[in-house]
Design a protein around this ligand. Structure first.
Ligand code: MOS
Length: 733
């Protein structure tokens, strides 16, 4: 049956995107649109003593300057500011709520003007006096107040004792700095005012999450706010929670009773969320033969004073490899900073980086090939919960990845491989991520001419959701791909969760399958109404939708076309809504896995590292679209290169303020940094996880990449740099 599922297909939204026809949040225009600009706090902690907006107000074209003192009402309770994915503990940030300053670059005033340039220029004329308090922004400062969270998984065995009794021990600290998402599209929101009702075009990964948030914060009824996000120019987690640009445009639109747009500057986006700096302490104890006795993983990450943001960094370590004993702990340092947030594979990208570097160091200590070590500690069970995996083809990832890379030609000695004047290093690392699935609702409308429209409130953050939704719908209804139209990114569509966690593909596909099944049933009911219907005595299980027809599975000569079925029933469309419904079943662990092989070349005199080759072999169940899925992995690998070698947000601790809030000084990989990347999807049939065997690929591709590169740098140079990014100064010291 499946003809589109599993087949490479170009993005159905690709044409709109490359021609500029695709409209992003800041590109919706209406007559009378006003433009807003944010004034940000220059201090990290304290309060606003005085805000003088008079000079800004005198600028021609300025309509108003909104502050905590003159803004329209906002909700008082914390609960109104909570959203689907924010931390449970703490108080969510409230923009322009009161005079408190909680972090540098906090929005403290909003200038609204007839033109964006006027707003921005006038924003520089708002005078602010602060009552400054002493701030704390340094994760590495001694004496930080540290909160210990509940361990992400229960300990097992006696790891302290087992570690002490081990033949070979490795213990070290690995550090990941703050990283910022830096999507191409700036965070922006356009609120269209229509007599008290608002349509908000927002850059977000979850229109319904933002819609509920706006309703709660501004005490509006659900039918008074609609949130739309048809295209997202990258987000990677920064757009999971409602960000302050959405609240601010609604605030301004309500104050002015007119349409307002706000586009944040690149610099202001450094006041949004980010991957928290994290210190990872790993202790691995092994037997001489290369088996693990003890795994101890402790993470200390930063969070804000107002919210306890944390994701699981540590429990991956004892789940991934076989070890009789394991213990985990996660601690938070509460600082005067905005709350951190999810960034591609949150927790795993950082925690597994540390684990995989530690495993490489252990392999060196054991004098074992690092790939061989991973085979020796391979686990077919999730030991944290003592259950099997729904599927785990990680062995195949190792095997196929090693073969494609040529791993067997590796000289194990560091500094032993060269290419002209450059040292060559080869490294490997394992990746693991969750295969999550959520309840999503989908509506399909099939018309008599054989055209289907499939609709869901989910987003497409660039991952290919439009395309896979069309593919799955086409297959389920037996239609050509171009007979399917996809509608998403609109809060008025059927409910979904935010697009995140790599759960969208599995969740939306099963909702489509369920809705298509209802359509099939209804068509059969209609088809039976025809006199002498060839399907009059068949059951629904005995028919399938194929080539625009409802046909007998056993004998395709018994069929009724969609058009004829609808004619018999005297209807011209059939519309059905259904939800994905996954069993909440803890009998199996659900994970994706990967093996990354990286080659680096290091200029010994300059310390310059180039990543010349990466092979990433991924086991992620059924791949719906190998083309868009490959792009997901490739993009993740590029980010892994950035994480390993370039990315680092630097705070000037004296001011509690980010120093490099721009693309010139916050380095991301550019074309010249990216060479050969090969993506392999190994076969991973999975009949347990869900009926279609889908796991999702949005995040697995980044997990382990930075470690594979760091391990390759060690192999090339003999130098172990444990704190990311591996910049040339660290290699030369
Ligand atoms: Mo992802 S960090 O769940 O957008």
């Amino acid at each position: 049956m499946a003809s589109y599922i599993g087949t490479p297909a170009s993005r159905i939204d690709g044409h709109a995107k490359v021609t500029g026809e695709a409209k992003y949040a800041a590109e919706f225009n209406v007559p009378g649109l006003a433009h807003a600009s944010v004034v940000s706090s220059a201090i990290a902690k304290g309060s606003i003593a005085r805000l003088d907006t008079s000079e800004a107000m005198r600028v021609e074209g300025v309509i108003d300057v909104l502050t905590w003192q003159n803004r329209p009402p906002m909700a008082r309770a914390d609960s109104a500011y909570r959203d689907d994915v924010g931390p449970e503990d703490g108080s969510p940030f409230r923009p322009l709520y009161d005079d408190k300053i909680m972090f540098s670059r906090q929005p403290i005033a909003l200038v609204v003007a007839e033109e964006p340039e006027i707003a921005r220029s006038a924003a520089s004329l708002v005078r602010v006096d602060y009552n400054e308090d002493e701030h704390l922004t340094d994760l590495f400062r001694r004496g930080n107040k540290i909160v210990t969270l509940k361990a992400p998984a229960p300990p097992r065995g006696n790891p302290g004792k087992a570690y002490a009794a081990s033949d070979v021990r490795h213990e070290a600290e690995y550090v990941i700095p703050i990283e910022h998402h830096n999507p191409m599209e700036l965070f922006a929101s356009t609120a269209i005012w229509d007599d008290g009702k608002l349509t908000v075009y927002d850059k977000t990964q979850g229109v319904q999450n933002v819609q509920r948030y706006l309703c709660n914060v501004f005490a509006m009824k659900p039918n008074e706010v609609r949130v739309v996000s048809l295209f997202v120019g990258g987000a990677f987690g920064a757009g999971l929670r409602p960000q302050f640009e959405a609240a601010l445009v609604v605030l301004a639109a309500r104050a002015l009773k007119r349409s307002v747009r706000l586009v944040l500057t690149r610099q202001q986006m450094y006041g949004l969320s980010y991957r928290p700096a994290t210190i990872e302490r790993l202790a691995l104890g092994a037997k001489r033969a290369g088996t693990l006795n003890a795994v101890m993983h402790e993470a200390t990450a930063m969070t804000s004073k107002h919210e306890d943001y944390a994701r699981d960094d540590t429990a991956w370590s004892g789940r991934l490899y076989k070890s009789a004993s394991a213990a985990y702990s996660h601690r938070l340092a509460k600082l005067d900073v905005p709350s951190p947030g999810d960034m591609r594979a949150p927790g795993a990208a950082t925690g597994v980086y540390a684990l995989e570097c530690a495993m490489d160091e252990l392999a060196v200590a054991l004098k074992l090939d690092p790939l061989e070590l991973r085979y020796r500690v391979y686990s077919d069970r999730d030991q944290n919960n003592d259950v099997p995996f729904t599927s785990k083809q990680l062995r195949e990832c190792y095997r196929q990845g090693a073969e494609a890379f040529g791993w067997d030609k590796r000289n194990p000695e560091p500094r032993a491989m060269r290419d002209g004047s450059e040292l060559v290093g080869w490294g490997i690392a394992t990746g693991i991520w969750d295969a999550l699935q959520m309840k999503f609702t989908v509506r399909i409308a099939l018309t008599a001419n054989g055209h289907a429209e499939v609709a869901c409130g989910t987003s497409d953050i660039g991952t290919g959701t439009y395309t896979i939704m069309a593919q799955v719908t086409a297959d389920m209804l037996g239609l050509p791909l171009d007979s399917v139209t996809v509608k998403l990114g609109d809060s008025t569509l059927p409910q979904s969760q935010v697009e995140g966690g790599s759960w969208t593909a599995a969740s939306v596909s099963h909702a489509i399958a369920a809705a298509a099944d209802k359509i099939k049933k209804e068509l059969l009911r209609l088809a039976k109404k025809a006199p002498d219907s060839p399907l009059r005595s068949v059951k629904v299980e005995e028919v399938t939708l194929v080539d625009g027809k409802l046909a007998g599975k056993r004998d395709a000569r018994h069929f009724v076309s969609i058009a004829d079925a609808m004619r018999s029933g005297a209807v011209d469309r059939v519309e059905m809504e259904s939800s994905s419904d996954f069993k909440d079943d803890s009998s199996h662990a659900r994970n994706t896995h990967s093996a990354t092989f990286a080659e680096v070349k290091v200029d010994e005199e300059l310390g310059v590292v180039r990543v010349t080759r990466v092979v990433n072999a991924v086991a992620a169940g059924r791949i719906l679209n190998p083309k868009t899925a490959s792009s997901q992995i490739m993009g993740s690998v590029v980010w892994g290169i950035g994480m390993a070698l370039h990315e680092e947000t630097l705070i000037d601790q004296a001011f509690g303020r980010i120093m490099n809030a721009n693309f010139a000084e916050y380095h991301v990989p550019v074309n010249a940094d990216v060479q050969e990347i090969k993506v392999i999807f190994v076969e991973e049939p999975d009949e347990i996880i869900n009926p279609l065997g889908i796991k999702g690929v949005g995040e697995i591709g980044i997990v382990g990449v930075a470690a594979a590169i760091a391990n390759a740098v060690y192999h090339a140079t003999g130098k172990r740099v444990r704190d990311l990014p591996i910049t040339l100064d660290k290699l030369m010291r």
